[in-house]
Write a protein that binds this ligand. Structure first.
Ligand code: C5P
Length: 309
């Protein structure tokens, strides 16, 4: 593939909108023979969105716009490009498509921004090429792209088991408000799992928390705050001890609870309402303990076609 430029999409394309996620529970078991960890991973989609537009092109190219665009790879390490390649290969066609990513999901670990673009590109290419793939076929390709990618397609809330890719949709009975503190720099996901293994020599079999599932079902923010948990948090804090200050800042600014999102370094704060989100975001931004703070609500819809040229 050739390296893309950072210009806007051409006419005649398909645009898919896709949300970021937060893990409201991430229970991690022992490392498996294949190197992955069995999880009970409760995903919740949040209202920060990327849009991926697929347009016909002479070859596979990627471009990106948005405040964090400089941090987005434009080669085949981009999950959007890999999604187009995998889908095309399954159908014996050439992945001749330009993928333009309008990026609003912070480019920082823990929000599944790359996974979101993979799911969005898959849906956009499927529509552009008129393949009519079934949901099951798309989910299968998503799982091949990465453990978090199937959830980006599904959205809402879901329990991920296996390595996180086997999804059971969960009911959500209300709107939850969040603030995300975006850290400077990244944290390698494999390094965080390796640190988890070091810190947790005998990890129990992971299981979803009934209290957490009930809090989601009833839309009870206080109950959800009490049940939030992330087994990767001690490992993320061990590798990035300064995240403890970010967590403390959000909690003392009035958040109901705060936790590391996924493998970090993004931290997520559950707040009571939209006004609470604004004041916690303001305190986090002023504190200098994060690069930026973003406000969002959940649940949000999964990858959806929003425009066809
Ligand atoms: O599937 P994905 O590409 O997102 O995984 C990235 C890395 O995270 C894996 O290579 C592995 O080191 C770690 N991982 C894991 N167990 C999981 C999911 C991810 O160990 N269930």
């Amino acid at each position: 593939m050739s390296t893309g430029t950072r210009q806007g999409p051409a006419a005649g394309g398909v645009t898919v909108r896709v949300p970021a996620k937060v893990n409201v529970q991430l229970a991690v078991g022992a490392a498996r023979a294949d190197g992955f960890h069995d999880l009970a991973n409760v995903f919740l989609a949040v209202s920060l969105f990327d849009e991926v537009t697929a347009t016909p092109a002479g070859s596979l190219t990627v471009s990106c716009e948005g405040p964090d665009a400089a941090g987005v790879p434009l080669d085949t390490t981009n999950l959007a490009a890999r999604a187009a390649q995998l889908l095309a290969a399954r159908h014996g066609i050439s992945p001749d498509v330009h993928l333009h990513i309008a990026k609003d999901i912070p480019v920082a670990g823990g929000m599944a921004g790359g996974s979101a673009d993979g799911a969005a590109a898959l849906l956009a290419c499927d529509a552009l090429w008129g393949l009519g793939s079934s949901r099951a076929e798309l989910l299968d390709i998503c799982a091949e792209l990465g453990s978090d990618v199937p959830f980006s397609l599904v959205g809402g809330a879901a329990l991920g088991t296996g390595r996180g890719e086997r999804l059971t949709v969960l009911p959500v009975g209300g709107v939850f408000h969040w603030v995300f503190a975006v850290a400077d720099g990244g944290l390698s996901t494999p390094a965080v799992y390796a640190e988890f293994d070091r810190l947790t020599p005998a990890a129990p079999v992971p299981a979803a928390s009934p209290a957490l599932l009930e809090a989601l079902r009833t839309g009870d923010a206080d109950a959800l705050a009490a049940a939030l948990s992330n087994d990767l948090q001690p490992a993320a804090l061990s590798l990035r001890p300064e995240l403890a200050r970010t967590l403390e800042t959000g909690r003392s600014a009035g958040a109901l609870a705060g936790l590391v999102s996924g493998s970090g370094p993004t931290t997520a704060f559950l707040v009571r309402d939209a006004a609470g989100a604004e004041s916690v975001a303001k305190a986090l931004s002023a504190s200098g303990t994060c690069r930026t703070a973003r406000v969002a609500s959940s649940p949000a819809e999964g990858a959806t076609v929003v425009a066809r040229g």
